[in-house]
Ligand binder design. Sequence first.
Ligand code: KG4
Ligand code: ZN
Length: 341
Amino acid sequence: MKILGIETSCDETGVAIYDSDRGIISEQLYSQINLHRKFGGVIPELASRDHAKRLTQMTRDVLSSGEVNIDQLDAIAYTSGPGLIGALMVGAAFANSLSLRYNIKVIPIHHMEGHLLAPFIENKDITYPFLALLVSGGHTLLVHVNSFGKYQIIGQTVDDAVGECFDKVARMLGLDYPGGPAIDQKARTGDGKAFNFPRPMLHQGLDFSFSGLKTSVKYEIEKHTPEMIGAPKMLANICASFQEAAVETLLYKCEKACHELGVTQLVMAGGVAANSRLREKVNEMDDQIHVYFPSPKLCTDNGAMIAYAGYMWLKKGIKFHEIVTSPRPRWSLEEVNNESL
Ligand code: KG4
Ligand code: ZN
């Protein structure tokens, strides 16, 4: 089976083909970072226009480099939500138009399900049940996954998503957008113990809170002059200490959830799962817990994870939409369960 995957939920245009025999056979990713950088964040209208500008050519390129004729596709999977409404509409309209023109099944995919399944593209050893930590710019979710398509959210952020917190702290420090990779980079030469930033809600259930951590970094910055903050050692120490607090909080809750549920497999995915300190610090967790990460390029948004999720639904034989469906900018991962009944 061959599935075309289309991702346009935010500021990355991703197109890929998943082949059930050979894996990802062709992929293209265009990041709009340079387009949005000067504004310090994503401008939704610019994002939509740029997706519209690129999708046709990227799809042609992916088909030709994968040596696939469009009529050989078994399905077209696209991100139907959650995300920016305009950006989602571009992907949905494109996927549905191809489907109507070539009479190919179209499969709407939940963006976070794409992230959750991404580790399976490279690692077929993961078995159910497992716990998934999904950490991106818009979400911080702890999900108990009993089987494919059965997702129970057991913890989530009550305020900022952890990726959003990385982005906001980076902005306060005058670092480039997106903030996560910039902080990760600066933190490498810093001391994670230089500042004792809070680990919010550590002992309160499985939910997360990151806005207090962000505010605490803000207060620390305000104690110093911009010149002092910009000094390389100071900058590295603030980045490392902030990152340490965020990573420690995430891992503490993951370990707690694994123990409470008696689950020994933990999957981490989404943009923040590319963080080098998070990937390193899992080695300090209870060694009964096996942790799986996708490679960094499959952590951040991409078309491959959407193509793979489409393949999983196609294999299951349900969830096709014969009529054009509206994108769902707000869509809980748990609602996917009902659709798979
Ligand atoms: O999954 P993703 O690519 O897009 C969304 O669905 O949001 O995640 C983007 C988020 C951004 O907040 C970005 O700053 C963060 O992931 N991120 C990182 C790293 N790489 C990306 N955060 C921390 N460390 C990184 N290395
Ligand atoms: Zn994402």
